[in-house]
Design a protein around this ligand. Structure first.
Ligand SMILES: Cc1cc2nc3c(=O)[nH]c(=O)nc-3n(C[C@H](O)[C@H](O)[C@H](O)COP(=O)(O)O)c2cc1C
Length: 171
């Protein structure tokens, strides 16, 4: 069985899944064998040559499925290239991007053994109308207008840059 790259993600409202799909398509177009799964469906990393993992930040925390994945597969993830992305910023402003990167770095600091080949922040997709309880009760969240600042060209460029970093043939 040929080893392939695994793109693995968590999503609450669907936007991270779409980013994971774009990354998967780009890796495929660039000649890599690649599969995509939600974190929860991953039973083993046998025959996985590299992992690209992504999840949204929510209430200053990275999605719990991403944290659970790092805990479950520590041994395997120490032996293959790992690239990470997180969705978060509501505005295309450098200061907010840096804050979100700090939120993510704080989460990743709990996994000092993890040395990602690349880390990327992707802008948020957000719709206050989709908020369920208890988030629908938080005025600061309800006031944020619907937005989608995911930059698809940047996502594609990042995925292209990953090709050489995670392709076993070029390591
Ligand atoms: C209730 C809620 C809380 C959020 N909290 C954060 C946060 O603390 N930090 C951040 O950077 N983004 C935050 N976001 C933005 C999400 O990361 C963003 O909307 C993302 O695109 C959602 O991903 P999903 O559609 O895959 O669930 C929050 C979004 C929601 C709806």
């Amino acid at each position: 069985m040929t080893a392939s790259v695994l793109v693995v993600y968590a999503t609450r409202y669907g936007s991270t899944k779409e980013v994971a799909e774009k990354i998967t398509a780009t890796l495929w177009e660039n000649g890599l064998a690649v599969e995509i799964q939600p974190f929860k469906d991953v039973k083993t990393l046998n025959n996985v040559s590299a992992v690209v993992m992504g999840a949204p930040l929510q209430m200053f925390r990275w999605h719990k499925d991403a944290i659970g994945f790092l805990t479950r597969f520590r041994k395997e993830l120490c032996e293959i290239p790992v690239a990470i992305f997180a969705l978060g910023p509501f505005h295309d402003e450098e200061s907010e991007w840096q804050e979100v990167r700090k939120e993510l770095d704080k989460e990743l600091a709990n996994f000092p053994w993890l040395t990602p080949v690349s880390v990327s922040i992707v802008g948020a997709k957000y719709d206050p109308a989709s908020l369920g309880f208890p988030f629908s009760m938080i005025p600061a969240l309800k006031q944020i207008p619907a937005l989608d600042i995911r930059n698809w060209d940047a996502v594609k460029s990042w995925a292209k840059e990953l090709v050489d970093k995670i392709n076993p043939g070029t390591n």
